[in-house]
Design a protein around this ligand. Structure first.
Ligand code: IPM
Ligand code: MG
Length: 369
């Protein structure tokens, strides 16, 4: 079977790390890659951050692989199109409401974490971030002028939007618990002491827990407390469910636990994933972003991109064994000394890619018949 993958390298280090994921994928299966423009690169070439053929190309593919979007510089004219709009629009038009960001520090990298090992030991969590609602997509605008000029963004959630992403989190909490031999645990993060959307969020999660997931232990954690607990007691979390904006912030914080944001991958899905079954039309991207400060130097870590390709194999195509093989190869490569610049080492993008490919060539999950 040949899979068709839409490749969106985007901006900054995106085009530098994308080939690493393509090379790794080609080691474990048959892929046809079709490249499309997004972000600032698309703005420069086509005048739009998300050209229509990018959307149709994504729709015609089995899965979408994205590098990064953004230049690090926001336009001074508030009306000018922004690179990030391309990514937000794409998430919206593809209906990618569930964003999974797994955080599991590699044993070999405990020393790279800013936290002492005693805190990082046992950290294995999954952030489930709502991705197509909330402040990012609410009514917004500006009015007035001078000191009276005002701007607003609004946060809205419907019961249906909360239910569908909460179900993904509940189901994954159950599955992770079964795989790890422990009781299912879900922390739902909100700001119910201040926000109406958060009060609705909490009501919906409480009702789902009682009616559909009585076996899952649910705790409701205020977002400020969650931010503190992620650095004082991160191992107490398993699945963290939260709305779009809180999830953006907490997932970067959680990622730092792993030693570097450069290692984190994400899956953005339009439906609940089932083991061994594909979720067509999903998008996979590293969490780190375009890193304009190191772009063009060939030193960016490709590991978050490669691990996003592993999530593409698992959730996008239902290829569990191949996903395990790629994740295992990254872990072994790091285990025998691969250290990219973000981890204090000297391995550049090419050296890191080769180290993973070489670890992969000795793994059992290669080229299934
Ligand atoms: C992320 C990024 C994006 C977001 C930006 C680039 C719009 O920070 O994927 O976490 O805020 O969702
Ligand atoms: Mg972010």
């Amino acid at each position: 079977m040949t899979y068709r993958i839409a490749v969106l390298p985007g901006d900054g280090i995106g085009p530098e790390i994308m080939p690493a994921a393509q090379r790794v994928l080609s080691e474990v299966g048959d892929f046809e890659f079709h490249e499309y423009a997004i972000g600032a690169a698309a703005l420069r070439a086509r005048g739009l951050p998300l050209p229509p053929d990018t959307v149709s190309g994504c729709r015609e593919s089995d899965a979408v692989l994205l590098g990064a979007v953004g230049t690090g510089v926001q336009p001074t004219d508030p009306a000018a199109p922004r690179a990030e709009q391309g990514l937000l629009e794409l998430r919206s038009v593809l209906g990618l409401f569930a964003n999974l960001r797994p955080v599991r520090p590699l044993p070999a990298l405990r020393a790279a974490s800013p936290l002492r090992s005693a805190y990082v030991d046992g950290v294995d969590l999954l952030v489930v971030r709502e991705l197509t609602g909330g402040l990012y997509f609410g009514d917004r605008g500006r009015s007035g002028a001078g000191a009276r000029q005002r701007a607003h963004d609004t946060c809205q959630y419907t019961v249906a939007e909360i239910e569908r992403v909460a179900r993904v989190a509940f189901e994954l909490a159950r599955r992770r618990a079964a795989a790890r031999g422990r009781p299912p645990l879900l922390a739902s993060v909100d700001k119910a002491n201040a926000l109406e959307t958060s009060r609705l969020w909490r009501e919906v999660v409480t009702r789902l827990a009682a009616h559909e997931y009585p076996d899952v232990t649910v705790e409701h954690v205020l977002v400020d407390t969650a931010a503190m607990l992620l650095v004082t007691a991160p191992a107490r979390f398993d699945v963290l469910l939260t709305e779009n904006m809180f999830g953006d912030i907490l997932s970067d914080e959680a990622a730092a636990l792993a030693g570097s944001l450069g290692l984190l991958s994400s899956a953005s899905l339009p439906a609940l994933p089932h083991p061994g079954r594909p979720v067509p039309g999903s998008l996979f991207e590293p969490v780190h972003g375009s890193a304009p400060d190191i772009a063009g130097k060939g030193i960016a870590s490709p590991l978050g991109m490669i691990l996003s390709a592993a999530l593409l194999l698992r959730h996008g195509l239902g290829l569990e064994a191949e996903a395990d093989a790629v994740e295992g190869a990254v872990e072994r490569a790091v285990g025998v000394g691969l250290r990219t610049h973000d981890l204090g080492g000297t391995d550049d993008t090419e050296a890191a890619t080769r180290a993973v490919l070489s670890a992969l060539s000795s793994s059992p999950g290669r080229r299934p018949e």
